[in-house]
Ligand binder design. Structure first.
Ligand SMILES: [Zn+2]
Length: 262
């Protein structure tokens, strides 16, 4: 029941993310204007703003000008819904008062991560307007978590993760003079490293992101959809990898070390 509720809440926030990303890109004032069709600029009525269903009902076209609306919109909504539901199912910090506060902070972090994910795919950029708040909420999250478990080593360990992850990307950025990865990847690596929570987990993020990147890039190269010099944003892989490590990093490391010491 709660999982279904969170899924629906995720759909709604996914819809919010679509609007947020578009408004940041176009430097629109959040308060002033309403949702409009990007093509015909017609203001959208509330019934056309229901996540996923409006898109399905309108068969993926604007109600006014009939211009096709990208499937990216409902996809991001469903994706956010899944992230919210999985977050609840995989949550390890319990639901005491502090646990609930941490969970809400984490959902806020996932909203920023999905927004960055979308922005990087669309425009190959991780804007400071999103990276800034992400860093702030991540610092609050880690501090509160340390307070909740009364162990300041949590903070030390998380800083270790941030130093490793940001360090790796800063080095790659310097060596390639910004060709392999962008400056945004270095900045976002600070929060993702904090959230990963330890140096080992930070390495795991890089490992998983690289495997995912290769799995996506290889078929594109082989099918000649992309050339060797085609740029692929690395941010989305990094973001997904960080979310995986956030929940299952320890499980993965335990499993791996059990193989080593068998
Ligand atoms: Zn339209």
């Amino acid at each position: 029941m709660i999982i279904a509720g969170l899924f629906i809440l995720g759909l709604i926030f996914g819809s919010f993310i679509n609007a947020l990303v578009w408004r940041i890109k176009n430097k629109k004032d959040w308060v002033k204007d309403r949702s409009i069709c990007i093509n015909c600029k017609h203001e959208l009525q509330a019934r056309y703003l229901v996540p996923v269903f409006s898109w399905l009902w309108l068969k993926g076209k604007c109600a006014y000008c009939k211009k096709p609306i990208s499937w990216h919109y409902p996809a991001i909504e469903v994706f956010t819904g899944i992230v919210f539901a999985v977050s609840y199912a995989a949550w390890q910090d319990g639901f005491s008062f502090l646990g609930i506060v941490l969970f809400i902070l984490w959902l806020k972090i996932t909203i920023l991560l999905v927004a960055l994910f979308l922005y990087d795919i669309k425009w190959m950029l991780l804007p400071n307007k999103l990276v800034g708040p992400l860093t702030l909420v991540s610092v609050i999250y880690v501090s509160l978590k340390a307070y909740a478990v009364a162990d300041w080593l949590v903070v030390v360990s998380a800083i270790g993760g941030a130093v490793v992850l940001a360090g790796i990307f800063w080095a790659l950025f310097e060596v390639s003079r910004g060709k392999w990865i962008g400056g945004g990847d270095v900045k976002i690596a600070v929060s993702l490293g904090l959230l990963a929570g330890s140096m080992l987990n930070a390495f795991l993020v890089v490992f998983i992101a690289s495997i995912m990147g290769t799995l996506i890039a290889l078929p594109m190269l082989l099918s000649k959809k992309a050339k060797a010099n085609t740029k692929l944003p690395f941010g989305p892989f990094l973001i997904i990898a960080a979310m995986i490590v956030f929940f299952w990093g320890q499980t993965f490391i335990d499993w791996y070390s059990s193989l080593l010491y068998f």
